[in-house]
Design a protein around this ligand. Structure first.
Ligand SMILES: Nc1ncnc2c1ncn2[C@@H]1O[C@H](COP(=O)(O)OP(=O)(O)OP(=O)(O)O)[C@@H](O)[C@H]1O
Ligand SMILES: [Mg+2]
Length: 280
C-alpha cells in the first residue's frame, strides 16, 4: 500500500515545484497507469515512491509518503527497494551485467537472498517472465523488448510488493509493447504484484490498467477507474493527450445514436458497441 499525502517537491536547481500537493492512495494488488505531458512530474513521482527522492536527489520536500506504513523519509532506500522495485526510464543505465542470468543474479546477491534459494528463484523468474531461452545470451545482443523483459525479471527476482516502470515501452514496437503489458498483467493477477506504469501509449494503458492517473504541471488532474477517467475526453484534448480511437468512436456515435452507457476500452468492446448501434 502506497499513500501519498500532500507531497510537494522542488528540485534543488529548479525555480518551480515538480510535484504540487499530490494526494494518492494505491492499494495492494492495483494496476495503475500514469499518463501526462512531458514535464508533468511522472518520473519525479516514481522516484519519490522508492525513496530516491529525497535520499539521493535533493530538493525542497513537503508532505509524506507511506510505503506499507513506512515513511520514505525515515526509511533507508535499501529497505524501500525491497518493497518498491523500479525499472527506470533508461534501462541501459540500470543494467550492470553483460549476460542475462548474471543481471538477475546480481540483484539477488546484493539484496542478500540466501544462497540456497538463488538458483531456484532464478529458474522460477526466467519461467514466469518467459525468457528461459535468453538465460545465457549477451544483453547487448537482445532486442529492446527482450531487454525490457530482462530488466523486469531482475526486479521481480527481488520479490517486491510493488513494481514501478517508467515508460517501459518507449522504444518498443507495438507487438513487444503488448508483450510487456501482458507480462505485467500476468504478474499482477497471478502473483499479486502491484504494478504502477508510466506510459505514453494511452490505448495500451486503457486496455490493461485498472486505474488511470493523469498528471499535469506537477499535480494529479484525474485519478480513478480507467473507464471513468477516460470519459473526460475534452480535458484530454486540452491537455494534448490523444484519446484512444475506440473512445473517440464512442463520442462520435453517441452524439447521433444511443451507443450505450459504457465507453469501450479496447477493440473488442468497440466492436460490440458498433454492433449494438447497428442493431445486429
Ligand atoms: N534533476 C532535475 N533538476 C531540476 N529539475 C528537474 C530535474 N528533473 C526533472 N526536473 C523538472 O521537474 C519537472 C518534472 O519532471 P519529470 O521528469 O518528473 O517529468 P515527466 O512527466 O517524467 O516528463 P517526461 O514525460 O518528459 O519524462 C520538469 O519541469 C523538469 O524540468
Ligand atoms: Mg519522465
Amino acid at each position: 500500500m502506497i499513500e501519498i499525502q500532500n507531497l510537494t517537491f522542488q528540485y534543488k536547481k529548479s525555480d518551480k515545484p515538480a510535484l504540487r500537493d499530490v494526494n494518492l492512495s494505491i492499494p495492494d494488488g492495483d494496476f495503475v497507469g500514469i499518463i501526462g505531458t512531458s514535464g508533468a512530474g511522472k518520473t519525479t513521482l516514481a522516484l519519490s515512491m522508492n525513496g530516491v527522492i529525497p535520499h539521493q536527489i535533493e530538493g525542497d520536500y513537503y508532505g509524506k509518503i507511506l510505503v506499507n506504513g513506512l515513511d520514505t523519509v525515515d526509511t533507508p532506500t535499501a529497505e524501500l527497494c525491497r518493497i518498491v522495485g523500479e525499472v527506470f526510464q533508461d534501462i541501459d543505465s540500470q543494467m550492470v551485467s553483460s549476460v542475462v542470468e548474471d543481471e538477475i543474479l546480481f540483484g539477488m546477491e546484493n539484496f542478500g537472498v540466501p544462497h540456497d534459494e538463488i538458483g531456484e528463484r532464478l529458474e522460477r523468474i526466467l519461467a514466469d517472465v518467459g525468457i528461459e531461452d535468453l538465460r545465457h545470451r549477451r544483453i547487448a545482443s537482445l532486442s529492446g523488448g527482450q531487454k525490457q523483459k530482462v530488466a523486469i525479471a531482475a526486479i521481480l527476482a527481488l520479490e517486491p510488493d510493488v513494481i514501478v516502470l517508467d515508460e517501459p515501452t518507449g522504444e518498443l514496437d507495438p507487438e513487444s509493447s503488448r508483450q510487456v503489458f501482458s507480462l505485467l498483467r500476468k504478474m499482477n493477477r497471478e502473483k499479486g504484484v502491484t504494478v504502477i506504469v508510466i506510459e505514453q501509449k494511452i490505448m495500451l494503458l486503457c486496455e490493461y490498467v485498472k486505474h488511470l492517473l493523469v498528471m499535469e504541471n506537477g499535480a494529479v488532474r484525474f485519478d480513478g477507474p480507467t473507464r471513468e477517467v477516460i470519459a473526460h475526453t475534452d480535458d484530454f484534448k486540452q491537455l494534448g493527450i490523444n484519446i484512444p480511437r475506440v473512445t473517440e468512436l464512442y463520442g462520435l456515435l453517441s452524439a447521433k445514436k444511443d451507443a450505450g452507457e459504457r465507453i469501450p476500452l479496447d477493440v473488442e468492446e468497440a466492436t460490440a458497441m458498433v454492433h449494438k448501434v447497428m442493431g445486429r
